[in-house]
Design a protein around this ligand. Structure first.
Ligand SMILES: C[S@@+](CC[C@H](N)C(=O)[O-])C[C@H]1O[C@@H](n2cnc3c(N)ncnc32)[C@H](O)[C@@H]1O
Length: 323
């Protein structure tokens, strides 16, 4: 039996005999509806470390105080009666996408995914280097649940393994190959106000260390927006103490995943998803990584390197530090 599993079963026996079973990571993972088909496993062949006791797995974002989704009265979707229309200008979900100049008589395809064939559901290559958000169809739309523009909504499609690395704590890999452009999973956590996230940074011994778990939902932040929620500083997601398996993904300066802002109902842009997609083909068992500081201004020159965490990603273009 793997070491972490053995440790778990010892703890679990105690828990069954009266202690908190709710705090058990394996029980939390078994409660995922996809547990049988796309399991999340935990493997440690190196030592007896188990996952942090103060961490718990959650299946969806948890809203902190002061964070609310739009009321149902404000929700609206597209009225496409044929799913294949959910890629053209006439689909209301595409309403905010800039329309490229037409090259021929065909309507330009606007949505982020290939719609049919072998690549259906994969991000189009034009999206892989783009910072554009993903506008998906969703529950309020007329199109069906099988609409090809509902990739993130349908959820994770690969099993995940959390494993103990030699030198960077826990990491994440997939026991199956992943294709370039394929959706992997969302980064989950507590959605909190910026005041709360500032307090959590202050409470942390090194603010930048806390930053490694905090993601601003700022894709649509706009001081000129008519939507008050987008005019203010955005909410942030804290995945340190509650999250999904993606919370254990390590950083690489040459990553194989990238985070995209994904929005379903446009009334909920202030709580958009953080969706991780493969930016290249990933072999079975290769460690999954993303760039923690992609898109963040380089402020390294002002940094005191004493507190900075060394990067051990091992890539040829390694920047040397995690922040
Ligand atoms: C979001 S956590 C990732 C999961 C983490 N490895 C764990 O065991 O919980 C970020 C922490 O992982 C470690 N880490 C992630 N990427 C790293 C890298 N490229 N080099 C060194 N440490 C890394 C650092 O300790 C960092 O503070």
């Amino acid at each position: 039996m793997e070491a972490a599993t053995r440790t778990h079963f010892l703890h679990h026996t105690e828990q069954v005999h009266g202690i908190d079973k709710d705090a058990c990571h394996f029980c939390q993972l078994r409660a995922f509806p996809s547990h049988r088909t796309l399991p999340i496993t935990i493997v440690n062949t190196l030592n007896n470390e188990a996952l942090p006791q103060n961490f718990r797995f959650i299946q969806r974002m948890k809203f902190g105080p002061g964070v609310e989704a739009a009321s149902p009265a404000f929700l609206s979707g597209c009225d496409c009666n044929v799913d294949s229309n959910c890629q053209y200008e006439r689909c209301q979900c595409m309403g905010e996408i800039e329309i490229p100049e037409a090259k021929d008589d065909r309507q330009p395809e606007l949505n982020a995914y290939h719609m049919e064939g072998d690549k259906a559901g994969l991000l189009r290559s034009s999206m892989l280097d783009s910072t554009r958000p993903l506008y998906e169809c969703h529950a309020s739309c007329r199109c069906t649940n099988s609409c090809p523009n509902r990739v993130v909504e349908r959820g994770r499609t690969v099993p995940i393994q959390i494993f103990r690395t030699k030198d960077r704590g826990w990491g994440v890999r997939c026991p199956e190959a992943i294709r370039k452009g394929q959706f992997v999973d969302c980064y989950l956590g507590e959605i909190i106000t910026w005041r709360e996230s500032d307090q959590r940074r202050q409470a942390s011994s090194i603010a930048e260390r806390k930053d490694l778990y905090l993601f601003a939902l700022d894709k649509f932040e706009d001081p000129t927006s008519h939507d008050l929620r987008l005019r203010e500083r955005s909410f942030e997601v804290d995945g340190e103490f509650m999250s999904g398996p993606t919370r254990f993904i390590n950083h690489s300066c040459d990553p194989n995943l990238r985070i995209f802002a994904r929005v379903g109902d446009h009334a909920n842009k202030h709580i958009h998803d953080l969706a991780l997609f493969a930016v290249r083909d990933i072999a079975r068992g290769e460690e999954l990584t993303f760039d923690y500081v992609a898109g963040v201004d380089d402020h390294e020159s002002n940094h005191d390197t004493i507190n900075m965490e060394l990067c051990l990603c091992g890539s040829s273009n390694c920047r040397g530090y995690l922040w």
